[in-house]
Design a protein around this ligand. Structure first.
Ligand code: FAD
Length: 562
């Protein structure tokens, strides 16, 4: 709602304003009357203190919370506001607002009806199993047999490679597939949550989660991601995304559990239309989570049922396979960046990504033994196991015909599936010396040659002929060359425009992109469109159509994530 509906509604008011202006103009109404009629509190300048004062035309379209209105929440006057805004604070923050928000009457969303009932039961019996979290398919619990840090200590991001032993399972994959890792929430965050909720003593109690009788919520049903019989700790550890960015409906519900008037008002603001940009800035863009809110608003004491109603399912995280089962039978490798969320005013402590932080901690003992050798052959024995399940990709695979040429673009951890492609190809070349193999291009990029060049052994693929062209670029290395070298993969691709056009158009080859969607994949697509347009002497629209056809033919393939 916050991402799609709210901006749409904002656009709606503007569109209505324009439409009404046009209509009234036709009807001969004076311009100033028209603006008055459609502005009200929605279009006033940011520093103007206002009350809800809409013309009947717009008011009819406005969603209001009748319950909140009757309790006076919508008609807070300037007098109440002093509670939240000490005069000396001029900067807004998560907990503090400034005019106009702090002075506005607020349009807050309707209070979502409660629909979950929680009962604590005994502490006896066996807790739920991780397999009960996956409704379809099978999970496999597999040991981590190797962990390698691929980046130097001074790299901006830490990339780790983990090797899993799948030899005792039916888990099967092809290079290019992804799979999912079931991950828990951080144990100390779970403990902290239990403490704040006043439920520390109840962590090992079994919890019965039911739909509240007589709830007003339409279509209310028991959350499927909570197993029938599980302890409170299991639910908070494995089932609920406690790091999720709280939605406005959740903030709205939290208002009702907050006793301090100032905190209550700020929560109202953050879920109100008037506080939309504060919500975007201090909640969404700051990646604030439920725990951060509880710290920031200490008088907020929500009940467990509210958490279950509003926190989404803790999703398993996907990773691209970075190995070939031909090259390393019984093994599955993957590569990931440890996500770092630095401390900020709204988040007093720095955090690591849920899954990548957990994995990094889990394999830390293994990592130390491997640290010095990137290309380790020796295996450390590990008892650590993780639960995984397949997420097959039906299209992101090597061309079925090995004689067809292909180009791979994978900067950073985007290189991961291509290592699997190359290992597979190397084995095929060794096993089938009579086969014809097409060209294989790889475009790789990272920040620094010395710090985060993830697979320096790529050269071996070049030397043994598996890879025919390897093009690398470094975005943060300084250069003394007269002409500065290209920084990003999309820049390098442009240098090989003729070859890209030949492979894609003349030779009906494949083009693969893997990695970051926002910053890289879109830039690469733009470069390809420009290349097609230039090489075919077609206009941009025509080139975009050709790219669309390539996508349809599954010859332009993306495996991207944000
Ligand atoms: P989370 O706890 O989920 O945190 C991620 C959140 O943090 C996001 O909301 C993000 O916006 C935010 N965030 C990230 N960095 C910052 C920052 N610096 N400041 C503020 N906010 C930030 N990842 C890989 O590393 N390797 C792969 O091979 C890979 N393959 C994938 C394949 C597929 C098909 C998909 C869908 C995803 C893939 N991913 C891969 C992404 C992966 O699934 C996870 O999303 C990623 O590892 C982060 O998980 P996490 O639980 O550690 O982070």
């Amino acid at each position: 709602l916050e991402l799609v509906v709210d901006p749409w509604i904002d656009g709606l008011w503007l569109a209505l304003k324009e439409a009404l202006l046009l209509q009234k103009k036709k009807e001969g109404m004076s311009m100033s009357n028209v603006v008055d009629a459609v502005s009200g509190s929605l279009f006033t300048a940011p520093h103007v203190v206002h009350e809800l004062n809409l013309s009947s035309e717009v008011q009819n379209l406005k969603l209001e919370d009748e319950g909140a209105r009757s309790s006076g929440a919508l008609s807070q006057k300037l007098g109440d506001i002093n509670l939240v805004a000490p005069a000396r604070d001029t900067e807004p923050s998560l907990v503090h607002s400034v005019p106009p928000v702090s002075h506005s009457a607020l349009n807050i969303p309707a209070l979502p009806p409660e629909y979950i009932e929680v009962q604590f039961q005994d502490t006896h019996g066996e807790d739920a199993h991780l397999s009960s979290l996956i409704l379809e398919g099978t999970t496999f619990e597999v040991p981590v047999t190797k962990a390698v840090q691929l980046t130097r200590e001074d790299a901006i991001k830490t990339a780790l490679l983990l090797e899993l032993d799948i030899s005792d399972t039916d888990f099967d994959y092809q290079p290019g597939d992804a799979f999912c890792v079931i991950c828990p929430n951080n144990a100390s965050e779970v403990e902290e949550l239990l403490q704040i909720l006043g439920l520390s003593e109840k962590g090992d109690d079994f919890v019965c989660v039911k739909v509240k009788q007589g709830t007003k919520k339409k279509g209310a049903s028991r959350p499927q991601h909570i197993p029938e019989r599980s302890t409170l700790k299991f639910i908070l550890t494995w089932c609920l995304e406690i790091r999720a960015i709280p939605k406005k409906a959740f903030l709205r519900a939290l208002v009702e559990c907050t006793s301090d008037a100032g905190e209550k008002r700020r929560l109202q603001e953050l879920c109100s239309r008037q506080g939309a940009s504060d919500y975007a800035r201090f909640v969404r863009d700051s990646n604030v989570c439920f725990l951060d809110l509880l710290h920031a608003f200490p008088s907020c004491k929500p009940s467990l049922n509210l958490l279950i109603e509003h926190l989404p399912k803790l999703q398993a995280r996907s990773y691209s396979v970075s190995s070939s089962n031909l090259y390393q039978p019984g093994k599955l490798c993957f590569v990931f960046n440890v996500v770092e969320l630095p401390a900020c005013p709204a988040r007093p402590v720095s955090r690591k990504g849920v899954c990548t932080g957990w994995l990094a901690e889990l394999v830390a003992p293994l990592l130390h033994s491997n640290k010095t050798t990137l290309d380790t052959k020796g295996e450390s024995s590990s008892t650590e196991k993780i639960s995984i399940f397949p997420r097959p990709n039906n299209t992101f695979h090597l061309p079925a015909d090995p004689s067809v040429p292909f180009m791979m673009v994978g900067p950073g951890t985007g290189i991961s599936p291509f290592i699997g492609f190359l290992q597979h190809r190397q084995k095929l070349r060794e096993q089938h010396t009579d086969w014809e193999f097409g060209e294989a291009w790889l475009f790789f990029g990272c920040r620094h040659r010395d710090r985060d060049y993830l697979f320096k052994q790529l050269r071996c693929f070049l030397e043994n002929g598996t890879l025919t062209h390897l093009k690398v670029c470094f975005s943060r290395d300084s250069s003394t060359a007269e002409v500065a070298p290209p920084k990003y993969v999309q820049d390098v691709i442009r240098l090989y425009a003729k070859q890209v056009a030949r492979v894609l158009l003349k030779e009906r080859g494949y083009f693969y992109i893997c990695g970051d969607k926002k910053h890289m994949a879109d830039g690469v697509s733009d470069a390809v469109v420009d290349i097609l347009s230039m090489e075919m002497e077609a206009d941009k629209l025509e080139a975009m159509k050709i790219l669309a056809t390539l996508r349809e033919e599954k010859r332009y393939l993306q495996d991207v994530w944000s």
